[in-house]
Design a protein around this ligand. Sequence first.
Ligand SMILES: Nc1nc2c(ncn2[C@@H]2O[C@H](COP(=O)(O)OP(=O)(O)OP(=O)(O)O)[C@@H](O)[C@H]2O)c(=O)[nH]1
Ligand SMILES: [Mg+2]
Length: 171
Amino acid sequence: MKSTGGRLARVRRKVAVGGEGGVGKTTICRRLTDRFSVGGSSMTIGVDFFVLEGEGKELIVYDLAGQRRFFHLHRGLVSGATVGMLVFDLSRPSTLYSLGRWAEVMREAGVKEIILVGNKLDLPTRVSREEAEAEAAELGAKRVIFTSALDGRGIEELRRALEEVVSGSDG
Ligand SMILES: Nc1nc2c(ncn2[C@@H]2O[C@H](COP(=O)(O)OP(=O)(O)OP(=O)(O)O)[C@@H](O)[C@H]2O)c(=O)[nH]1
Ligand SMILES: [Mg+2]
């Protein structure tokens, strides 16, 4: 799967990306769509959109704003998503343990699978894989992937997981 070239794909699926402010959601989306550039990103206002194109499939990625003041928008924006990506910052455990509200919004919207993503693997890590997996079970997330949107680790694994989840879904 690569970033869009503008061709119209047959099947379209929606992916919603949630998680607290500053955990790296937008930077991960940029990585996934080859739009990464050094120099950081500014916080998302409301929502950013990305398109990932694969074999006859197009993923429309809704990258939600994590700041509290945008919480009222989430329910409407997640509606109709097939996959939910919940992102936390491995160097800030509180960003993992506050994902319950996000998981609830995604479940209520009928998201078929949630992927839990621990980002900023390049920084000193304060959450172990075991801790992340235990919380994933609480959140109803079937997969846990650790990434660094800065150095690119785990991004291919995440891309493959998204492809697999979308291929396995029929709605
Ligand atoms: N060290 C490190 N920094 C990262 C990583 N990913 C993102 N950042 C930095 O973290 C900051 C926030 O990243 P964003 O991608 O804007 O975070 P966000 O989750 O989209 O934040 P909101 O839009 O406010 O919800 C930026 O300065 C990024 O450069 C990473 O993997 N490692
Ligand atoms: Mg953002």
